[in-house]
Design a protein around this ligand. Sequence first.
Ligand code: GTP
Ligand code: MG
Length: 259
Amino acid sequence: IYRTQKSTTLPTFLLIGPSGSGKTSLLTLCERGTPSSTHLSQSPLSVEVALPSTIRAASSKYRSTNDPSAQSPTKLLFVDTPGHGKLRHHALNRIAASEPLSGIIFLVDAANLSSSTGGRADEGLTEAGEYLHDVLLALQKRYTSATTSKGPAAMPVLVAANKLDLFTALPPQLVRAALEAEITRVRTTRAKGLLDSGIGAEDAGADDERDWLGDGGEGKFEFAQMEEVNVPVSVLGGNVLGSEGSDVQRWWEWIAEHL
Ligand code: GTP
Ligand code: MG
């Protein structure tokens, strides 16, 4: 008779995204079953949560139902990070750190992304696009600067389109399109900024190329381009709050696929 050894490090998912996108709300929902009121986060917070019993982790799919470990809930860790522009180093440092992550959940407020009629992107979209660009670039660098020939393990990213309970929210496929277009714009602006500052000219070469997100082309940025650096990106909708309750089923399914 033996007891199954409890692993000391739980699979860890990083919650990131702009301020107000709902990260802490999601954390409290998963921890307590109901979201409690939140305020702007100022420091990271790790919380242990259990995978809902109706969803099975990919790693235990082929386990017999008689296996005692199939009965106990699958535990995982959420690391909530502050989204405020001045506090993002917490999230970016955690991505660069050597402790392994099972995945990154980038929450966006889908009701705060639509372009205004004037043609200029809304502030919300600009902020989300810039932040997501920087996160994906950090992941790309992590891959291209890896010393082993195999490169680092895959780092799945979920773009969680939150607040779909609001009627002004964009559906997930439009959230994807809006963010891809905004990242295309950010990538060009950043490259031009480097040239203007005189950095690009002399240092053009390997480093310069590394700061360009996605494939080398000048065309449109698409999330699919991240697969080349072992970063599969999914965009799935849901809502943490809402008059008809929360709906975070698709996000749990995504998490379960990466356990
Ligand atoms: P920072 O800590 O500043 O990075 O923000 P955050 O991402 O942790 O946001 P937080 O969870 O504090 O939520 C911000 C606001 O959005 C709160 O007033 C929430 O009640 C609200 N909110 C979160 N999720 C939803 C949702 O699905 N629908 C609606 N309608 N409101 C939501
Ligand atoms: Mg918060």
